[in-house]
Ligand binder design. Structure first.
Ligand code: DHB
Length: 380
């Protein structure tokens, strides 16, 4: 369905992706390949078609280190089979040959392997690994690069218009305040000024968070500004107000999401933050870590008993299902409640529609309740 972007332009699709790479020659594709190996998604574009790049002949010599990098990252098998290692070269001066012996002189060699083939190997790897590469695009525009919401717009080979947008970055400004509590239970507040969460520690110490930019500096937030921000984000027709008091501590918490798979390498077993991290919304982190170690304690006990090491095989399958559920729930709850910087009016309205589905239906509320309170343990 066509979408309207922040500047009012209509495009066929808007895709969120953390890295857009303009130029799908060997360097652009290698960047996408290396990012992919590190678990970072990207989209690569090029004005030229794949056939044009494949038939543009360029130099065919690779430094040994470059060849090794390609081999070691899984895109150099053909270099080893079809390339040739050269340990020297000939300079002809006035009809006389002079051999420059790389190996003897500097202990190095180079590989003769055409750049067009490097390109093919990398383009094939993108396809194999499910990466995104658009060839033959037109009208590429790189927009808003000085902001935290850069975009790339282009016309694909089939004439459709697309926009790539950096995945929105949010962080939380965390506050510990000396004040009586303002609510009996936790309050997760969505507002058009951004998200806020009212939690508590004790009768007299309150824990609160509000959505902020990841590069926010705590020095820029005196007490009055913190309270004003929290108050306007929780304000509503019921007249709800937070009881204010001295701010004891301020921290900016940047969001990160990752899962380390496999969670086991031989007799090394990863659990908790060593294996995964989720955005804080929904408070899954510690709960998930404790589920990991409960499963782990079970398999370790069995492994050290009669079953032996094969018992360890059960760890990852039992732990991982919950890890991905929590990964999903935390990101869902984050998107549900935060205001994405640079969001279009359409997106903000859609978000309100989604919130209405959650708070306005029993099934929606039950879905949130079920995820928030935790799933049955894998070993039960
Ligand atoms: C708290 C933190 C969270 O991320 C959350 O979802 C609920 C509570 C807290 O610090 O109390």
């Amino acid at each position: 369905m066509p979408e309207t972007t922040v500047d009012g332009t209509i495009v066929d699709t808007v895709t969120e992706v953390p890295v857009a790479v303009v130029g799908a020659g060997p360097a652009g594709l290698m960047l996408a390949h290396l990012l992919g190996r590190a678990g970072v998604e990207s989209a690569v574009l090029d004005l030229r078609t794949r056939a044009e790049i494949e038939t543009t002949h360029r130099a065919g010599i690779l430094e040994a280190d470059v060849a090794r990098d390609l081999v070691e990252t899984g895109v150099g098998d053909r270099i080893l089979r079809e390339g040739q290692e050269h340990t020297g070269t000939e300079l002809r001066v006035g009809g006389r040959p002079y051999r420059i012996d790389f190996r003897e002189l500097v202990g190095a060699s180079v590989w003769l392997y055409p750049q067009t083939e490097v390109f093919k190997d990398l383009a094939d790897a993108r396809e194999r690994d499910g990466g995104t590469a658009h060839f033959g695009v037109r009208d590429t525009e790189v927009l808003d690069v000085g902001t935290d919401a850069p975009r790339v717009r282009f016309t694909a080979a089939d004439g459709t218009r697309h926009e790539l947008r950096a995945r929105y970055q949010v962080a939380w400004f965390g506050v510990m305040a000396q004040a009586p509590s303002s609510a009996e239970e936790l309050v997760y507040a969505q507002s058009d000024r951004g998200f806020a969460l009212i939690s508590r520690r004790t009768e007299t110490v309150q824990r609160m968070y509000f959505q902020c930019a990841p590069d926010e500096r705590v020095e820029d937030w005196p007490e009055e500004r913190i309270w004003a921000t929290l108050q306007e984000r929780v304000a509503g027709e019921d007249g709800f107000r937070l009881t204010e008091g001295p701010v004891l501590e301020r921290t900016v918490l940047r969001f990160r999401s990752f899962v380390q798979e496999p969670m086991r390498w031989g007799s090394l077993l990863l659990a908790g933050d060593a294996a995964h991290t989720v955005p804080p919304t929904g408070a899954r982190g510690l709960n998930l870590a404790l589920h990991d170690v409960k499963v782990l304690a079970g398999v370790l006990t069995r492994a050290l008993g009669r079953e032996g090491e094969p018992a360890l095989d059960a760890y990852q399958p039992a732990a991982l299902r919950r890890v991905w559920r929590a990964q999903h729930f935390s990101s869902w709850m984050t998107r549900l409640l935060h205001t994405p910087p640079g969001a279009t009016p359409f997106e903000l309205r859609r978000q309100l529609g989604e919130l209405d589905c959650v708070v306005g239906t029993r099934a929606g509320r039950a879905y949130l309740a079920e995820q928030y309170t935790g799933w049955p343990s894998a070993d039960r």
